[in-house]
Design a protein around this ligand. Structure first.
Ligand SMILES: C[S@@+](CC[C@H](N)C(=O)[O-])C[C@H]1O[C@@H](n2cnc3c(N)ncnc32)[C@H](O)[C@@H]1O
Length: 223
């Protein structure tokens, strides 16, 4: 993916992390040519739209997992009609690039009505598993959607606290990520995520962080 493409997808949508970090992650994911991606934590479809571009038209599948209804997830996914004039502090150098590329986290998503994401019009297969990601119901939804497939890539940006990240790993990543598949864990400094990060099972490949490691996205390859 080119920087310009990410910027176009980014604008007006919530995308976790920093644009350059996310672009690096997308480029890493592209190297594994995923057919099937699971995202845990969709919010306004920001990162989901990035994964959509990484899977091929036709056979490519993205499953978004969130406790929010599909209507809400896609209803807030469009471009904002009103760009923010004042951004809250983010500890980020206020360069022109930052303002151009990273307005999405602070727009009023009720005003994100221009060009919202329409999963039915996607050239890929887009599905949602709705409910608590730690619930059996959601695990069953994922299993039903996947059928015989396993995921090539799973992105975790869902519940960040308590046992939720570990539960997601045990009940979604372990059973549904294929052997050799890639798992990305966002926000490793958050309490529950940190516990999972520190207890990731051994893998032949070392855990690394997506450069420049500002938001803390750890990469783990399933043995
Ligand atoms: C940080 S946002 C995701 C942002 C999105 N990945 C992006 O960058 O565009 C976290 C999302 O996780 C969802 N979430 C939090 N806890 C959850 C849980 N236990 N089960 C399902 N979804 C959960 C929230 O509803 C929210 O939409």
């Amino acid at each position: 993916m080119l920087r310009e493409e990410l910027a176009e997808l980014w604008w007006g949508r919530y995308v976790e992390s920093y644009c350059h970090e996310m672009l690096n992650l997308v480029n890493i994911v592209e190297t594994i040519n995923p057919l099937t991606v699971i995202e845990i934590g969709v919010k306004h479809c920001g990162t989901l739209l990035l994964w959509e571009r990484t899977v091929p038209p036709g056979e490519g599948m993205v499953i978004g997992v969130d406790m929010t209804s599909v209507e809400e997830l896609i209803g807030s996914s469009g471009k904002s009609t009103e760009p923010p004039e004042i951004l809250p502090g983010h500890g980020d150098p206020r360069t022109a690039d930052f303002f151009t590329m990273c307005p999405s986290s602070w727009v009023d998503h009720a005003k994100c009505t221009v060009n919202p994401f329409d999963p039915a019009k996607s050239a890929r297969q887009i599905h949602f598993a709705i409910g608590d990601s730690n619930s059996q119901n959601v695990h069953d939804q994922i299993a039903n959607i996947l059928g015989d497939r396993k995921a090539d890539f799973i992105f975790h940006d869902g519940g960040h606290f308590g046992d939720v990240p570990q539960g997601d790993f045990d009940n979604i990543v372990q059973p549904f990520l294929k052997s050799g598949g890639l798992f990305a864990l966002a926000d490793t400094s958050c309490e529950g995520v940190k516990v999972l990060y520190e207890n990731l099972p051994p893998s032949p490949r070392p855990v690394i962080f997506v450069p420049p490691n500002r938001a803390g996205i750890a990469l783990w390859w399933k043995p």
